[in-house]
Ligand binder design. Sequence first.
Ligand code: SF4
Ligand code: SF4
Length: 279
Amino acid sequence: MVQGILAAVGLLGSLGLLFGIGLVIAGRFLRVEEDPRIAQVTESLPGANCGACGFSGCSGFARALIAGGAPVEGCRAGGDSTVQKLAAILGRSVGHTARRIARVLCGGDCHSAVQRARYDGVMDCRAADLVAGGPKGCPDGCLGLGSCVEACPFGALAIGPDGLPVVDEQRCTGCGLCELVCPRGVIQVMDAGASYVRCLSTLPGKQVRQVCRSGCIGCLICQRACDREAITVLDNLASIDPARCDGCGKCAEKCPTHCIVITPAPARVEPVRVGSGPA
Ligand code: SF4
Ligand code: SF4
Protein backbone atom coordinates (compact mmCIF):
# COMPACT_ATOMS: atom_id res chain seq x y z
CA MET A 1 0.00 0.00 0.00
CA VAL A 2 2.70 2.45 1.10
CA GLN A 3 4.85 1.29 -1.79
CA GLY A 4 2.02 2.01 -4.22
CA ILE A 5 1.60 5.56 -2.88
CA LEU A 6 5.34 6.20 -3.09
CA ALA A 7 5.39 4.90 -6.67
CA ALA A 8 2.50 7.21 -7.65
CA VAL A 9 4.18 10.24 -6.00
CA GLY A 10 7.45 9.37 -7.71
CA LEU A 11 5.74 9.03 -11.08
CA LEU A 12 3.91 12.34 -10.69
CA GLY A 13 7.11 14.05 -9.54
CA SER A 14 9.03 12.71 -12.54
CA LEU A 15 6.29 13.81 -14.93
CA GLY A 16 6.23 17.28 -13.34
CA LEU A 17 9.99 17.55 -13.70
CA LEU A 18 9.81 16.42 -17.32
CA PHE A 19 7.08 18.90 -18.22
CA GLY A 20 8.92 21.67 -16.37
CA ILE A 21 12.11 21.02 -18.37
CA GLY A 22 10.02 20.95 -21.56
CA LEU A 23 8.46 24.30 -20.74
CA VAL A 24 11.84 25.87 -20.00
CA ILE A 25 13.21 24.62 -23.33
CA ALA A 26 10.08 25.76 -25.21
CA GLY A 27 10.22 29.14 -23.48
CA ARG A 28 13.84 29.55 -24.48
CA PHE A 29 13.43 28.65 -28.15
CA LEU A 30 9.87 29.79 -28.89
CA ARG A 31 9.91 33.09 -26.98
CA VAL A 32 8.88 36.12 -29.02
CA GLU A 33 10.63 39.29 -27.90
CA GLU A 34 8.23 42.23 -27.58
CA ASP A 35 9.36 45.33 -29.36
CA PRO A 36 10.51 47.68 -26.55
CA ARG A 37 9.00 50.60 -28.47
CA ILE A 38 5.52 49.29 -27.56
CA ALA A 39 6.19 50.15 -23.91
CA GLN A 40 7.66 53.51 -24.90
CA VAL A 41 4.61 54.35 -27.02
CA THR A 42 2.22 53.24 -24.27
CA GLU A 43 3.99 55.48 -21.76
CA SER A 44 3.76 58.43 -24.16
CA LEU A 45 -0.02 58.11 -24.58
CA PRO A 46 -2.46 59.95 -22.29
CA GLY A 47 -3.58 56.67 -20.66
CA ALA A 48 -7.23 57.60 -20.93
CA ASN A 49 -8.09 54.32 -22.71
CA CYS A 50 -10.94 56.23 -24.32
CA GLY A 51 -10.98 54.08 -27.47
CA ALA A 52 -11.30 57.10 -29.78
CA CYS A 53 -8.39 55.71 -31.82
CA GLY A 54 -10.49 52.65 -32.70
CA PHE A 55 -8.33 50.20 -30.74
CA SER A 56 -8.80 48.49 -27.41
CA GLY A 57 -7.28 51.20 -25.26
CA CYS A 58 -3.83 52.74 -25.28
CA SER A 59 -1.83 49.50 -25.33
CA GLY A 60 -3.89 48.22 -28.27
CA PHE A 61 -3.12 51.40 -30.16
CA ALA A 62 0.59 51.14 -29.23
CA ARG A 63 0.84 47.59 -30.64
CA ALA A 64 -1.01 48.58 -33.80
CA LEU A 65 1.19 51.63 -34.29
CA ILE A 66 4.40 49.63 -34.00
CA ALA A 67 2.98 46.94 -36.30
CA GLY A 68 2.24 49.63 -38.91
CA GLY A 69 -1.53 49.27 -38.55
CA ALA A 70 -2.26 52.67 -37.02
CA PRO A 71 -1.32 56.21 -38.03
CA VAL A 72 1.05 58.23 -35.89
CA GLU A 73 -1.69 60.88 -35.56
CA GLY A 74 -4.17 58.20 -34.42
CA CYS A 75 -4.40 59.24 -30.76
CA ARG A 76 -6.86 62.10 -31.06
CA ALA A 77 -7.00 62.64 -27.32
CA GLY A 78 -3.24 63.20 -27.06
CA GLY A 79 -3.08 66.13 -29.44
CA ASP A 80 0.02 67.48 -31.10
CA SER A 81 2.46 66.83 -28.23
CA THR A 82 1.64 63.10 -28.31
CA VAL A 83 2.00 62.96 -32.08
CA GLN A 84 5.46 64.51 -31.79
CA LYS A 85 6.52 62.02 -29.09
CA LEU A 86 5.28 59.05 -31.11
CA ALA A 87 6.99 60.29 -34.25
CA ALA A 88 10.26 60.59 -32.31
CA ILE A 89 9.95 57.01 -31.06
CA LEU A 90 9.37 55.84 -34.63
CA GLY A 91 12.32 57.91 -35.83
CA ARG A 92 10.18 60.08 -38.05
CA SER A 93 9.37 63.74 -38.23
CA VAL A 94 5.83 65.00 -38.56
CA GLY A 95 4.65 68.59 -38.98
CA HIS A 96 2.74 70.19 -36.13
CA THR A 97 -0.98 69.55 -36.16
CA ALA A 98 -3.60 72.16 -35.27
CA ARG A 99 -5.45 71.72 -31.98
CA ARG A 100 -8.87 70.26 -32.53
CA ILE A 101 -11.92 70.76 -30.40
CA ALA A 102 -15.60 69.82 -30.26
CA ARG A 103 -18.03 72.48 -31.49
CA VAL A 104 -21.80 72.56 -31.12
CA LEU A 105 -23.38 73.23 -34.50
CA CYS A 106 -26.81 74.25 -33.29
CA GLY A 107 -27.94 77.52 -31.75
CA GLY A 108 -31.53 76.42 -31.22
CA ASP A 109 -31.71 76.76 -27.46
CA CYS A 110 -34.80 76.75 -25.27
CA HIS A 111 -35.44 80.44 -26.04
CA SER A 112 -35.17 80.34 -29.81
CA ALA A 113 -36.20 76.85 -30.94
CA VAL A 114 -39.71 75.45 -31.12
CA GLN A 115 -40.53 72.14 -29.42
CA ARG A 116 -43.29 70.35 -31.33
CA ALA A 117 -43.95 67.72 -28.66
CA ARG A 118 -43.15 66.80 -25.09
CA TYR A 119 -40.81 63.86 -24.70
CA ASP A 120 -41.16 61.66 -21.62
CA GLY A 121 -39.06 58.67 -22.69
CA VAL A 122 -35.52 57.54 -21.91
CA MET A 123 -33.28 60.56 -21.39
CA ASP A 124 -31.00 59.77 -24.31
CA CYS A 125 -30.80 61.67 -27.58
CA ARG A 126 -30.53 58.50 -29.66
CA ALA A 127 -33.70 57.11 -28.09
CA ALA A 128 -35.55 60.43 -28.49
CA ASP A 129 -34.50 60.70 -32.12
CA LEU A 130 -36.11 57.33 -32.80
CA VAL A 131 -39.50 58.51 -31.53
CA ALA A 132 -40.96 60.21 -34.62
CA GLY A 133 -37.75 62.16 -35.18
CA GLY A 134 -37.62 63.65 -31.70
CA PRO A 135 -39.56 66.42 -30.01
CA LYS A 136 -37.75 69.37 -31.55
CA GLY A 137 -39.34 71.38 -34.34
CA CYS A 138 -36.10 71.41 -36.34
CA PRO A 139 -35.23 67.92 -37.63
CA ASP A 140 -31.52 68.78 -37.45
CA GLY A 141 -31.48 70.55 -34.08
CA CYS A 142 -29.83 69.46 -30.86
CA LEU A 143 -32.16 67.39 -28.70
CA GLY A 144 -30.38 68.48 -25.53
CA LEU A 145 -30.65 65.19 -23.63
CA GLY A 146 -26.90 64.90 -23.27
CA SER A 147 -25.81 61.66 -24.94
CA CYS A 148 -22.66 63.57 -25.90
CA VAL A 149 -22.13 64.60 -22.28
CA GLU A 150 -22.36 60.97 -21.17
CA ALA A 151 -19.92 59.89 -23.86
CA CYS A 152 -17.16 62.37 -22.97
CA PRO A 153 -14.50 60.61 -20.85
CA PHE A 154 -12.83 63.91 -20.02
CA GLY A 155 -15.74 65.75 -18.41
CA ALA A 156 -15.51 68.42 -21.11
CA LEU A 157 -19.23 68.70 -21.85
CA ALA A 158 -22.28 69.77 -19.94
CA ILE A 159 -25.81 70.75 -20.90
CA GLY A 160 -26.02 74.49 -20.28
CA PRO A 161 -28.94 76.38 -18.75
CA ASP A 162 -30.39 77.09 -22.20
CA GLY A 163 -30.59 73.37 -23.07
CA LEU A 164 -27.61 73.08 -25.41
CA PRO A 165 -24.26 71.35 -24.77
CA VAL A 166 -21.40 73.60 -23.66
CA VAL A 167 -17.80 72.58 -24.36
CA ASP A 168 -15.12 73.22 -21.76
CA GLU A 169 -12.31 74.12 -24.12
CA GLN A 170 -9.61 73.48 -21.54
CA ARG A 171 -10.76 69.93 -20.95
CA CYS A 172 -11.74 68.94 -24.49
CA THR A 173 -9.06 66.78 -26.09
CA GLY A 174 -10.78 66.55 -29.48
CA CYS A 175 -11.11 62.78 -29.12
CA GLY A 176 -14.44 62.86 -30.98
CA LEU A 177 -16.35 60.34 -28.86
CA CYS A 178 -19.15 62.90 -28.44
CA GLU A 179 -19.34 63.26 -32.22
CA LEU A 180 -19.84 59.51 -32.60
CA VAL A 181 -22.90 59.28 -30.37
CA CYS A 182 -24.85 62.35 -31.47
CA PRO A 183 -27.79 61.18 -33.62
CA ARG A 184 -28.05 64.62 -35.22
CA GLY A 185 -24.38 65.18 -36.06
CA VAL A 186 -24.65 68.38 -34.04
CA ILE A 187 -21.29 67.96 -32.30
CA GLN A 188 -18.32 68.05 -34.62
CA VAL A 189 -14.61 68.13 -33.86
CA MET A 190 -12.80 70.79 -35.87
CA ASP A 191 -9.70 72.97 -35.77
CA ALA A 192 -9.90 75.12 -32.65
CA GLY A 193 -9.15 78.24 -34.72
CA ALA A 194 -11.84 77.67 -37.36
CA SER A 195 -14.94 79.86 -37.48
CA TYR A 196 -18.17 77.94 -38.02
CA VAL A 197 -21.90 78.14 -38.68
CA ARG A 198 -24.00 77.19 -35.69
CA CYS A 199 -26.70 75.40 -37.66
CA LEU A 200 -27.08 72.28 -39.75
CA SER A 201 -30.55 72.82 -41.17
CA THR A 202 -31.00 72.63 -44.92
CA LEU A 203 -34.70 73.48 -44.71
CA PRO A 204 -35.80 76.48 -46.81
CA GLY A 205 -35.44 79.75 -44.90
CA LYS A 206 -39.17 80.17 -44.36
CA GLN A 207 -39.42 76.78 -42.68
CA VAL A 208 -36.34 77.46 -40.55
CA ARG A 209 -37.96 80.65 -39.28
CA GLN A 210 -41.05 78.65 -38.26
CA VAL A 211 -39.02 76.37 -35.99
CA CYS A 212 -35.99 78.40 -34.86
CA ARG A 213 -34.92 82.02 -34.58
CA SER A 214 -31.20 81.11 -34.55
CA GLY A 215 -30.98 78.94 -37.66
CA CYS A 216 -29.33 79.61 -41.00
CA ILE A 217 -31.99 80.76 -43.48
CA GLY A 218 -29.75 80.57 -46.54
CA CYS A 219 -30.26 84.29 -47.32
CA LEU A 220 -26.77 84.65 -48.93
CA ILE A 221 -26.04 87.87 -46.97
CA CYS A 222 -22.92 86.35 -45.39
CA GLN A 223 -21.69 85.03 -48.72
CA ARG A 224 -22.00 88.50 -50.25
CA ALA A 225 -20.35 90.16 -47.23
CA CYS A 226 -17.22 88.03 -47.42
CA ASP A 227 -14.38 89.61 -49.40
CA ARG A 228 -12.38 86.38 -49.41
CA GLU A 229 -15.05 84.08 -50.88
CA ALA A 230 -14.77 81.94 -47.77
CA ILE A 231 -18.52 81.41 -47.38
CA THR A 232 -20.68 79.26 -49.60
CA VAL A 233 -24.40 78.80 -49.22
CA LEU A 234 -25.50 75.45 -50.52
CA ASP A 235 -28.89 73.80 -49.93
CA ASN A 236 -29.99 76.79 -47.80
CA LEU A 237 -27.04 76.38 -45.41
CA ALA A 238 -23.91 78.49 -45.15
CA SER A 239 -20.51 76.92 -44.60
CA ILE A 240 -17.10 78.47 -44.06
CA ASP A 241 -13.93 77.37 -45.80
CA PRO A 242 -11.28 77.63 -43.06
CA ALA A 243 -8.49 77.83 -45.63
CA ARG A 244 -9.91 81.13 -46.97
CA CYS A 245 -11.41 82.65 -43.81
CA ASP A 246 -9.25 85.22 -42.02
CA GLY A 247 -11.70 85.69 -39.15
CA CYS A 248 -12.58 89.31 -40.05
CA GLY A 249 -16.17 88.78 -38.85
CA LYS A 250 -17.99 90.77 -41.56
CA CYS A 251 -20.29 87.82 -42.24
CA ALA A 252 -21.21 87.42 -38.56
CA GLU A 253 -22.00 91.14 -38.25
CA LYS A 254 -24.43 90.98 -41.17
CA CYS A 255 -26.04 87.59 -40.46
CA PRO A 256 -29.70 88.30 -39.56
CA THR A 257 -30.00 85.25 -37.29
CA HIS A 258 -26.52 85.52 -35.72
CA CYS A 259 -25.69 81.91 -36.47
CA ILE A 260 -22.04 82.47 -37.42
CA VAL A 261 -19.38 82.05 -34.74
CA ILE A 262 -16.07 83.79 -35.44
CA THR A 263 -13.26 82.17 -33.56
CA PRO A 264 -10.14 84.21 -32.99
CA ALA A 265 -7.61 82.38 -35.08
CA PRO A 266 -4.10 83.68 -34.54
CA ALA A 267 -1.59 81.81 -36.70
CA ARG A 268 -3.35 78.69 -37.90
CA VAL A 269 -0.88 75.85 -38.37
CA GLU A 270 -1.74 73.51 -41.20
CA PRO A 271 -0.86 69.86 -40.60
CA VAL A 272 2.03 69.00 -42.91
CA ARG A 273 3.72 65.63 -43.12
CA VAL A 274 7.40 66.13 -43.71
CA GLY A 275 8.62 62.64 -42.81
CA SER A 276 8.54 59.48 -44.86
CA GLY A 277 7.60 55.88 -44.29
CA PRO A 278 4.28 54.24 -43.55
CA ALA A 279 1.54 56.38 -41.98
S1 SF4 B 1 -25.29 67.45 -29.39
FE1 SF4 B 1 -26.29 65.55 -30.05
S2 SF4 B 1 -25.88 64.07 -28.38
FE2 SF4 B 1 -25.42 66.13 -27.56
S3 SF4 B 1 -27.31 66.81 -26.56
FE3 SF4 B 1 -27.41 67.58 -28.69
S4 SF4 B 1 -28.48 65.96 -29.88
FE4 SF4 B 1 -27.83 65.08 -27.91
S1 SF4 C 1 -15.99 67.03 -25.63
FE1 SF4 C 1 -15.97 65.41 -27.17
S2 SF4 C 1 -14.03 65.63 -28.25
FE2 SF4 C 1 -13.88 66.82 -26.35
S3 SF4 C 1 -12.91 65.38 -24.91
FE3 SF4 C 1 -15.13 65.21 -24.66
S4 SF4 C 1 -15.75 63.50 -25.99
FE4 SF4 C 1 -13.68 64.12 -26.60
